[in-house]
Design a protein around this ligand. Structure first.
Ligand code: HEM
Length: 258
């Protein structure tokens, strides 16, 4: 229903539903620094929602072989992830001493419980690369979440190269001829590497706020739990085949996998 049909004047407040958005701040501690803590979480959840929205569009575009539009949106996701990461330094302006003063009142609340974060991971394709334990843990915490994304970005991405009958190495070697396919791989690489960077910098921020050996409000000793997540790759192939480029150029690569 449009604003006019709704009998309301269409304006900035109505369009953005600011009455809903700006009443979502519910601090539990009375500590003034909790405001920033909640704001940063809200901002990231809003971006996760937008990433999910654009991922759906990208998968459809890739399946239709509309590489130009898909590339445009893929680049945007990389930029959003860069922006997401920039929140860590803002959050670090809340001192560890301040956080310690209200952290106890967050009881069991933790980013670990962000369903949207897990949706983003699964929709890009993490369940296909992170191993059984990751998928089992996700399924246990959010039954049915994985089944919501039968078509992942990863699946749609590799099907494009199959349809074109080209390997990543072919595309990189002849990148100006197959420019859209080259750009697609670079954009996917960028999403992967930005996500990893977000994870690494989240860990550095957590160390600063609660110490290296502390237990998180979600119940994990993050030193082990979060460190394990830094080994996740959405597109390990895009990292792996760079070794082939090095070998082809006469360089040396140690045996094993990423
Ligand atoms: C003072 C700030 C923060 C601290 C101390 C912190 C701490 C932690 C810790 C210790 C964990 C491991 C799980 C646990 O035991 O709780 C975790 C996980 C997580 N946090 Fe944060 N966090 C902070 C801010 C944020 C923000 C602003 C977000 C944005 C949404 C966020 C998103 C996440 C996510 C998504 C996970 C799960 C990661 C995964 O499973 O791969 N965190 N956090």
């Amino acid at each position: 229903m449009s604003a006019a049909e709704d009998g309301q004047r269409f304006d900035y407040v109505h369009h953005l539903q600011l009455d809903k958005l700006l009443t979502a701040m519910r601090p539990v501690s009375g500590h003034p620094e909790e405001h920033l803590f909640v704001t940063v979480h809200h901002a990231l959840e809003i971006w996760f929602k937008h990433i999910l929205f654009d991922l759906g569009r990208i998968v459809t575009l890739l399946d239709a072989d509309d590489l130009h539009q898909a590339n445009w949106l893929m680049r945007r996701i990389g930029e959003i992830l860069k922006l997401a990461e920039a929140h860590w330094t803002v959050l670090e302006t809340m001192s560890a001493a301040d956080f310690a003063e209200f952290r106890g009142q967050l009881t069991g609340a933790s980013g670990l419980q962000s369903r949207q974060f897990r949706q983003v991971e699964v929709m890009i394709g993490l369940c296909e690369t992170a191993g059984e334990a990751y998928c089992a843990r996700t399924e246990k915490l959010w039954p049915g979440l994985i089944a919501e994304y039968p078509r992942t970005l990863r699946g749609a991405f590799f099907d494009v190269y199959k349809r074109h009958g080209l390997s990543l190495l072919d595309v990189y070697r002849d990148r100006w001829t197959h420019h859209a396919l080259f750009q697609l791989a670079e954009n996917a690489f960028e999403i992967d590497r930005r996500f990893q960077s977000w994870r690494h910098n989240h860990i550095l921020m957590v160390r600063r706020q609660i110490g290296i050996r502390a237990r998180g409000t979600g119940g994990t000793f993050f030193k082990d739990y979060l460190a394990a997540t830094t080994a996740y790759y959405f597109f390990p192939e895009l990292f792996e085949f760079r070794n082939d480029l090095t070998v082809a150029a006469g360089g040396e690569v140690m045996p094993g996998e990423a």
